[in-house]
Design a protein around this ligand. Structure first.
Ligand SMILES: Nc1ncnc2c1ncn2[C@@H]1O[C@H](COP(=O)(O)OP(=O)(O)OP(=O)(O)O)[C@@H](O)[C@H]1O
Ligand SMILES: [Mg+2]
Length: 1063
């Protein structure tokens, strides 16, 4: 495997280096330049990942431009120092996987690209190491992604934290509380299909080992008006639709419900019961399962569903006016179901819905309601029932989340992590009491935010010993006071109006406010405004100049909503409910309590103050959510909308505070760790204090004194450009370091490989040598054994066959036979034959015979007819002359020729004279006269019948074979011969003395033709021949040194033949 280094210039993208794709690491100077430039252009393209690094940090345009650039590249997270700004991508970016969680665990916040998990991990580590409670505040407009962020944070903790020793289910409960709360507290609005209609603060408790062991939820101001009314395009809370869509037939039947949202008046006000992005049926399954996880018994579920159903039935209760204009319930069926589901008396409920109980002077009076009042009472009951059930639900979840180990020692050492998911600033066309509360809440949180941010900044400067330069910022305390101050605050005035006897209305409240706070610079009404502003304000409106901008509120409904009145007899009826949840929600003590209950605004104010106290006691972290467009579309960045939110979230203010002195600060250790490679003195390790190392490093980098300050534990850098220059230098350095690392790694890798191969080779070698050695030893052993057996066998070779000599004898036999195969005679004349061992003598002889026969047979088969004739003639010659005539041996190697004269050498006349008689053999001869022994040249022809002696052109003598009585030759080496002819008459010329250079050949052929093989006489000394009538001639043969043929003085023919010593 090769080490693969991937440099990600901006550090924005988590990329897993593909093992099969080669890493394109820039090598060489060119490569480094290219990559470095890409890093710089990347910054241009994707902006800075921390707004404090914006050169022009006061410019809102630059801020939004940076957000836009990053959003375009799907980089939805950006920091403002420790604050995380998140832009809703409206699409799944696949950035919340387990792999991402691992990537952000335990790493330094600034070393990795901005991410929700980086915040989650930093908060968690601070919680564990410093053991301080933490709070993550998530804010933003509706639909900006607050709830999503909360869920992701919870998911991160559930998956990455260690499991508690006991009560591991708490993790599931923490996660499963969400769908239940969302079902009851979320609804589809125009801005968000899953809009949280309540504020939520959730505490997660961790034990000393960092495992989640419990949790607690606080809810704020549920938008209960939604139960009875929804704006066009919006829905009621999800649970109603989920129950109708997903509930089992049997359940619906029990609850008296129809599977049709259109049948319920409370569900159709917005005319949008069906939403494509929501699957109520499957959501219901999730909720049903979640209820079980968070400890709901079957009975409790049943009770809860009865309440949900009863709200729907309440919505369908109709009234008709009797003759006195008093309201009467007309929908008996609904009433019947309500009676059953809520466990109340039918008549009591009927009466409570149509009458109001007044206590005057200790007496209870029942006053009938008119139609309008009855409808109001009905809706008030529905809202009260639902909102109290929601509160009960939160309580129930809290009981389920409560650590079961509250008494154990570990409980005392728990730390708490709070998650605040609360509605952001809201500005609608018409803003009412709810928006007033929500925006007041945001003012409080903004105040806290600025206070804590400034405080932490100031504290940091102080701690680092750096002079604090005061920051100009807008303190919104003045607005908070305007709303919440005792006696003079809007809430106080509102409460006063609600409580005072007499005809108090929304308008009297407005007037009272105008009177009390007319000089407040952040409060305006139609009456208080100048001529120009007045046009934009109605008489029933007031305007608050919030820190984030102006919001105009309509006072209509303020008193009513603040009072949140539920008629006493309705309360009484509900207190008598047999439904256990209802009886918990409506407590009888409420009836006997003479004190008026707190108004909604005051309750909210108190809970906010409590929340602020909770948050103040914790280390805060912030997530500011922004939605990029109103259409819930991915990749659309609506600049106007974003600018609006940047303003409302106070982000510019936040940035200004953060950038008041220095753009960047970092712990010496972290700074040195990151940049130490840029200076040879600090690389690879700095032996001294990190602070000194940083001093050396910045001197080496050429920082000017005004560009930075050295604190106690941190370096502060004033301008982003200083940091960017350092970053760029680091980028270049990283390239060369990566190359070095690669080279070192490759070297190491290949060396390891080489060593492995070497070790393997040595192993194979030694194994092979061992094998060879063993083989050799075995062979030697075998050889010694064989030799020993052979010797023993040799010693006993003459003994009869026994085990001792059997091997030897067999060996001798087989080796003889094997040798024989190689030493067989090559031809019939080769008489060699290996000597056989005694035991094989007989076999050897047989083999030899066989071999010879075989060779002969082969020889005979290969012989040609001409050669056969030749051999036959040679055999005859041998028979006649062998050992008898001296020049015979010389003739043996010379082949007999079929004829020594061609027909062209024989006179045509002779041929003519012979007629049809064929010439079998012709040879030139010398004829010696019978008298003078003169040599004459002649031709001797053999025909089938006769010997013809030819002189040039004529036949001199014809000797028929019948007349040939014999042939005489000497035993010496001469070539004379005498043909003896029968003399029957005197005409016969007598015997013929001839000489042939090929005497053996000529005589053999003649003898064969004439069938005179046995008539050839080989004489010693002399031959007598018949020379003519009555006269014989004699030829004397004597051996001598040279051949000499001449007539001797005695009249004989003397022939001296050379001695050949052949006999
Ligand atoms: N990080 C994200 N990734 C993908 N989609 C997101 C992300 N954050 C939000 N969304 C989408 O935006 C929708 C609205 O988000 P969410 O419900 O969290 O808004 P909110 O701020 O809680 O609004 P409200 O104040 O109305 O409750 C989600 O349902 C989801 O579709
Ligand atoms: Mg939400």
């Amino acid at each position: 495997m090769a080490l693969q280094v991937e440099l990600i210039p901006t550090g924005e993208i988590i990329r897993v280096v593909h093992p099969h794709r080669p890493c394109k690491l820039a090598l060489g100077s060119d490569g480094v330049r290219v990559t470095m430039e890409s890093a710089l252009t990347a910054r241009d393209r994707v902006g800075v990942q921390d707004f404090v690094l914006l050169e022009n940090f006061t410019s809102e345009a630059a801020f939004i431009d940076n957000l836009r650039r990053r959003f375009r590249e799907n980089l939805i997270y950006t920091y403002i120092g420790p604050v995380l700004v998140s832009v809703n991508p409206y699409r799944d970016l696949q950035i919340y996987s387990r792999q991402h969680m691992e990537r952000y665990r335990g790493v330094s916040f600034y070393e990795v690209p901005p991410h929700l998990f980086a915040v989650a991990d930093t908060v968690y580590r601070a919680l564990r190491t410093e053991r301080r409670d933490q709070a993550v505040m998530i804010s933003g407009e509706s639909g900006a992604g607050k709830t999503e962020a909360t869920k992701r944070l919870l998911q991160f903790y559930a998956e990455t934290c260690p499991a508690p020793e006991r009560g591991g289910a708490v993790r599931d409960r923490l996660l499963q509380s969400n769908p239940v709360l969302e079902a009851f507290g979320n609804a589809k609005t125009l801005r968000n299909d899953n809009s949280s209609r309540f504020g939520k603060y959730m505490d997660v408790q961790f034990d000393f080992k960092g495992a989640p062991v419990g949790g607690h939820i606080l809810s704020y101001l549920l938008e209960k008006s939604r139960v009875v009314h929804q704006n066009h395009g919006e829905r009621n809370f999800h649970v109603f639709y989920q129950l109708l869509e997903g509930g089992e037939e049997e359940t619906l039947r029990r609850l008296g419900l129809e599977r049709n949202a259109q049948s319920y008046l409370y569900l159709v006000k917005g005319q949008c019961a069906k939403v494509s992005s929501i699957n109520d049926k499957s959501d219901w399954k999730v909720v049903r399962k979640a209820l079980t996880v968070i400890d709901f018994s079957e009975d409790e579920v049943e009770d809860l569903l009865s309440i949900v159903a009863s709200v729907l039935h309440l919505g369908n209760i109709h009234f008709a006016a009797d003759e006195d204009s008093n309201a009467q319930v007309t929908t008996e069926n609904q009433l019947k179901y309500l009676t059953r589901l809520l466990g109340v008396e039918g008549s009591t409920l009927r009466e409570a819905l149509t009458h109001r109980k007044i206590i005057a002077k200790g007496e209870e009076l029942l006053s009938p309601l008119n139609l309008e009042q009855a409808a109001y009472a009905r809706d008030a009951l529905a809202k009260a029932v639902y909102s109290r059930t929601f509160t009960w639900l939160v309580g129930k979840i809290n009981r389920s989340l409560a650590s079961k180990d509250a008494e154990s020692p570990s409980w005392r050492s728990t730390t708490v992590l709070g998650l605040l998911d609360i509605y952001g600033f809201e500005v609608f066309q018409h803003n009412s009491f709810e928006q007033f509360c929500i925006n007041y809440c945001n003012e409080k949180l903004q105040q806290l935010f600025i206070e804590l941010t400034l405080k932490s900044e100031q504290e940091e400067y102080e701690a680092e010993g750096i002079a604090w330069e005061p920051v100009q910022y807008f303190n919104n305390k003045i607005i908070c006071d305007l709303v919440e101050e005792k006696f003079k605050g809007i809430i106080s005035i509102l409460d006063e109006e609600c409580l005072r006897p007499g005809e108090a209305t929304d308008l009297t409240f407005l007037e009272k406010s105008e009177d009390t706070i007319k000089h407040h610079p952040h409060f305006l009404t139609h009456k208080l405004a100048d001529q120009r502003t007045r046009k934009s304000l109605d008489r029933g409106e007031f305007r608050l100049l919030h820190y984030a901008g102006e919001v105009t509120y309509s006072v209509t409904g303020f008193l009513d909503k603040n009072n949140d009145l539920l008629f006493r007899n309705l309360k009484e009826t509900m207190c008598s409910s047999k439904n256990p949840i209802m009886s918990q929600c409506f407590d009888r003590s409420e009836l006997s309590d003479k004190k008026r209950p707190e108004t909604v605004a005051t309750q909210f104010k108190m809970s906010l103050l409590q929340l602020v106290e909770i948050l103040k006691s914790k280390e805060p972290a912030y997530i500011r959510c922004i939605k990029p467009n109103d259409a819930k579309q991915p990749s659309r960045f609506d600049e106007v909308l974003v600018r609006h939110q940047v303003k409302y979230l106070g982000l510019m203010e936040n940035l200004r505070v953060r950038r008041a002195g220095f753009a960047y600060r970092r712990k010496y250790e972290a700074f040195l760790q990151r940049y130490k490679s840029l200076c040879s003195e600090t690389w690879p390790t700095w032996p001294g204090r990190p602070q000194d190392g940083v001093a050396v490093l910045v001197r080496h980098l050429g920082y000017k004194p005004e560009e930075y300050k050295m604190g106690r534990t941190k370096i502060f850098i004033r301008f982003p450009k200083t940091l960017f220059a350092t970053e760029d230098a680091l980028e270049v350095r990283r390239q060369s370091l990566a190359t070095q690392i690669q080279a070192t790694w490759r070297g190491y890798h290949w060396r390891q490989k080489f060593l492995r191969v070497k070790r393997s080779a040595i192993c194979i070698q030694s194994w092979w040598r061992g094998t060879l050695g063993r083989r050799k030893a075995a062979k030697r052993k075998w050889a010694a054994e064989t030799i020993r057996r052979l010797i023993r066998g040799f010693i006993l070779r003459h003994a009869p066959r026994c085990p001792e000599n059997a091997f030897f004898l067999d060996h001798v036999r087989t080796s003889f036979l094997f040798n024989l195969r190689r030493q067989l005679p090559q031809n019939v004349l080769d008489t060699s034959w290996p000597t056989p061992p005694p035991a094989l003598r007989e076999a050897s002889e047989l083999l030899r015979e066989l071999c010879m026969k075989n060779m002969v047979w082969k020889y005979c088969r290969s012989i040609s007819p001409e050669w056969k004739q030749q051999l036959q003639q040679k055999a005859v010659a041998s028979e006649i002359f062998k050992g008898k005539k001296d020049n015979y041996p010389q003739s043996v190697p010379r082949l007999f020729i079929s004829t020594r004269l061609g027909t062209d050498e024989i006179s045509p006349k002779v041929l003519q004279a012979l007629g049809s008689e064929p010439i079998q053999y012709a040879v030139p001869v010398v004829k010696y006269d019978r008298k003078g022994y003169k040599p004459r040249s002649r031709q001797l022809l053999l025909t089938p019948n006769a010997i013809i002696i030819v002189e040039d052109t004529k036949v001199k003598q014809r000797i028929d074979y019948a007349n040939l009585t014999g042939i005489s030759v000497s035993s010496l080496s001469d070539s004379l011969f005498v043909l003896h002819v029968q003399r029957e008459d005197n005409k016969q010329k007598g015997d013929v003395v001839l000489q042939s250079d090929h005497v053996i050949e000529t005589l053999t052929k003649t003898a064969l033709s004439a069938d005179r093989v046995n008539n050839i006489n080989i004489n010693q000394g002399s031959i007598t021949f018949a020379g003519g009538p009555g006269r014989d001639g004699i030829i004397d043969f004597t051996p001598g040194s040279e051949l000499l043929i001449a007539k001797a003085k005695n009249g004989h023919l003397a022939v001296v033949a050379p001695r050949l010593n052949s006999r």
